[in-house]
Design a protein around this ligand. Sequence first.
Ligand SMILES: Nc1ncnc2c1ncn2[C@@H]1O[C@H](COP(=O)(O)OP(=O)(O)OP(=O)(O)O)[C@@H](O)[C@H]1O
Ligand SMILES: [Mg+2]
Length: 242
Amino acid sequence: MSAVVKLSNVHKSFGSLQVLNGVSFDVNRGEVVAIIGQSGSGKSTALRCINALETIEQGSIEVCGHQIHSPALDKRALRLDVGIVFQSYNLFPHLTAEQNVMLAPTCVRKLGKKEARDLAQDCLARVGLAEKAGHYPEQLSGGQQQRVAIARSLAMQPKVMLFDEVTSALDPQLTGEVLKVMEDLAKGGMTMILVTHEMGFARKVASNVIYMRNGKVWETLPGHELNNPQTAELREFIGHDL
Ligand SMILES: Nc1ncnc2c1ncn2[C@@H]1O[C@H](COP(=O)(O)OP(=O)(O)OP(=O)(O)O)[C@@H](O)[C@H]1O
Ligand SMILES: [Mg+2]
C-alpha cells in the first residue's frame, strides 16, 4: 500500500522555538489518523505543514505526489487535493449555506452554476443539511455551520482531508453531530488526518493514533488499542478520558 501522506524527519521552528523535532509518519489511502497531545506539542503546526501553510527547515513531506518541501511546489494543485477544516468555520455571512459550498467549485474548478448547485446539494446532503441549503450562517447552529464548512471542503472533492479540532468550540450534542459526519466520511473511505481531544472518537474511528509530545511522535498505536498505551506519558495524558 502506498502512502498518500508521508512525513520524514520534519523539522520546523518559529525563531528559537523548535516546534517539530524530527516528525515522521505515513498515512495510507483510506486511513484515518488521529493526532493527540498536549497544547503546544505541535499538532496544528504539523497539519499546517502538510497543507504547505508553513514551510519546513529540514526533512520532507509528500502529499498525493506533491513534494511539499520543494521550491517547485504548485500550491494551487496541492490544495485541490487537500481539504482543511479548522475550529472556526469562517463561512461568508452574506451567503447561504448552498452559496458558501458553491463558491470554490465555481471560482476554482470553473463549474457552471447548475453543476455547482447540484454538487453543493449533494455535499450538504452528505453532512445531513440538505434542507438548510437556503439558510444563512447566522440562522444555523454552531454544529450546523461546522457541517457546512465540511460540505464546502468536500465540494472540492479532495483526496485527503485535514481537521484541526473541529469540534472544540461546540457543546456536546453539536459535537456528536459533527463527529457523526466525520465517522461517515471515514466509512466512505476518505483519507483523513484529524487533531482531536475526543479520545472516544479517536478510539472508535482512527486506524492509528499519533501521540505528539515536545515536537516528536512519542507513541503511535492503533485506535482500538488506545486504552492500552505503551508509554507512561501517553498513559498519563489519556488519564481517565476513556
Ligand atoms: N506562527 C507562529 N509563530 C510563532 N510561534 C508559533 C506559531 N504557530 C505556533 N507557534 C508555537 O508553536 C508551538 C506549537 O503550536 P501548535 O499550534 O502546533 O500546538 P498544538 O499542539 O496545536 O496546540 P493546541 O492543542 O493548543 O492547539 C506553540 O508553542 C506555539 O506557541
Ligand atoms: Mg492546535
